[in-house]
Design a protein around this ligand. Structure first.
Ligand SMILES: N[C@@H](CCC(=O)N[C@@H](CS)C(=O)NCC(=O)O)C(=O)O
Length: 210
């Protein structure tokens, strides 16, 4: 059996959720290291020696420490290509797959993070409203994209669905994803949540408590 993948996180909803869900889709064994955000574990010298940015997620791989949630997910998915989360380099799906993955990892990630901050972590109604308004333009496009699809790329479950799924759960926790405005995204989110690995990740259980 391979050594467990050591994953550092704060909570079930932070960006480590993407790594956890990906690892579970790949059938990897995880060894979780829970850091205390409030207690400032991530600011301690011992942790900063592993990740000088003082953030999670962080994983320990055979090649050393690795940071950046989506990079970690892509790395793991490429190590296990048989799971089908990543198309081969010469696949005609690769360009579309990369476009969706980077949309999730850049613009959507930044907007969801703002909404999370201004809704729950440092509540600020005005800034929250601005962030919700900005993200609404992109979400409307994704909602239309999902009108007649099950998954983002080639109607096949792949890595961009995990990152998007995480962001949809965060938006839901912040009450920024209503079913009247985004009916297709809500159905897509719930479809993702039925996957065994998604359930085992603990991410979707948070919706029951929201
Ligand atoms: N782009 C990074 C962002 C990492 C990040 O911002 N992590 C948050 C938790 S989701 C964090 O560690 N925040 C603590 C801090 O910045 O002090 C990634 O995707 O991994």
């Amino acid at each position: 059996m391979n050594a467990p993948l050591k994953l550092y996180s704060f909570a079930p909803f932070d960006r480590a959720a993407r790594v956890r869900w990906t690892a579970l889709e790949l059938g990897l064994t995880l060894e979780e290291v829970a850091l205390s955000y409030g207690g400032g574990d991530h600011k301690e010298a011992a942790y900063r020696a592993k990740n000088p940015f003082g953030q999670v997620p962080l994983v320990e791989t055979a090649q050393g420490y690795m940071i950046e949630s989506v990079a970690i997910c892509q790395y793991l998915a490429e190590q296990h290509p048989q799971a089908g989360l990543v198309p081969a380099l010469d696949s005609p799906l690769r360009a579309n797959w990369l476009s969706w993955l980077f949309l999730c990892a850049s613009d959507l990630d930044a907007r969801c993070s703002e909404i999370m901050n201004y809704s729950l972590l440092r509540p600020d109604a005005e800034r929250r409203a601005t962030a919700v308004n900005v993200v609404s333009r992109a979400l409307a496009v994704v909602d239309a994209h999902m009108a007649e699809r099950e998954f983002l790329v080639d109607d096949t479950f792949m890595l961009p669905d995990i990152v998007m799924g995480h962001e949809l759960v965060l938006l839901s926790l912040c009450k920024a994803l209503d079913s009247d405005t985004y009916p297709n995204l809500l159905r897509y989110r719930d479809r993702l949540g039925t996957r065994a690995a998604a359930q085992a990740s603990g991410l979707f259980a948070l919706l029951d408590r929201a």
